[in-house]
Design a protein around this ligand. Structure first.
Ligand SMILES: Nc1ncnc2c1ncn2[C@@H]1O[C@H](COP(=O)(O)OP(=O)(O)OP(=O)(O)O)[C@@H](O)[C@H]1O
Length: 218
């Protein structure tokens, strides 16, 4: 998938990232690394747009989760397929989900360990539970590629490892920003390191550890 070609990415006059070229092969698990503010979210947004422009089905775990707080975990998960249906179907889903849809949503809630919380309003859940709802919504959506912006930052390390495995099994290709380097090394087939407005490293996860650490040095 040819995603970016010498692209300058940013928000105003001065780009956050300059001259980014990116191809991602089907089957790759790409992890973006870099300090806070390095441009990981900026790159993920551009990648997602490029994938959508190419007609790919993309599942997204945004950094802020983008859940509806007043609705239950189950209904938030069901929202992962809103754009597969018309307004009438979606309204009916909101009021009383069809059995098959409910069962499918419960299956992904089970994958993230949230069956007991299915009917609780998201606003009553912990940070890690909310994040798992956002992941369950992406699993429910499914697709060619998962784009995730720190999708495992609020869960404990053992759960993060398990959920990384769930992501690996559910999506043929994934592009994630992760701040936990060990988690990244266990998950990624390819690491992309951002620093000083550029892609500073791009390669297999057996890159020497000090090169990875250097991404985080000032
Ligand atoms: N909507 C926006 N408008 C203007 N500038 C923005 C916007 N979003 C991000 N930026 C700026 O772009 C730069 C990169 O931000 P970005 O969110 O991509 O970094 P990040 O690596 O994802 O950081 P973090 O790890 O803290 O999430 C930062 O300097 C940030 O202030």
């Amino acid at each position: 998938m040819h995603l970016l070609d010498a692209a300058d990415l940013g928000y105003g006059a001065a780009p956050v990232l300059r001259g980014v070229t990116l191809h991602v092969a089907v089957g790759e698990r790409v992890v973006l690394l870099g300090r806070s503010g390095a441009g990981k979210s900026t790159l993920l947004a551009a990648v997602r747009q490029a994938l959508l422009d190419q007609g790919r089905r993309v599942a997204l775990v945004p950094q802020d989760h983008a859940l509806v707080p007043q609705l239950s975990a189950l209904r938030n998960v069901l929202m992962g397929r809103l754009d597969d249906h018309g307004a009438v179907y979606n309204l009916a889903t909101l009021i009383r989900p069809r059995r098959a849809d409910r069962d499918a949503a419960m299956t992904v809630l089970d994958q993230v360990g949230l069956c007991p919380e299915a009917d609780r309003a998201v606003e009553t859940l912990s940070g890690g539970q909310k994040q798992r709802v956002a992941l369950a919504r992406a699993l429910y959506r499914g697709g060619d590629v998962l784009v995730g912006d720190e999708p495992l930052s609020a869960v404990d390390p053992a759960q993060a490892d398990r959920l990384a495995g769930v992501i690996r099994d559910a999506f043929p290709t994934a592009i994630l920003a992760l701040h936990d380097v060990d988690l990244a090394l266990g998950f990624a087939t390819r690491l992309i390191g951002l620093k000083h407005g550029q892609v500073l490293l791009d390669g297999a996860p057996d890159i020497p550890r000090d090169l990875i650490e250097a991404l985080y040095a000032r």
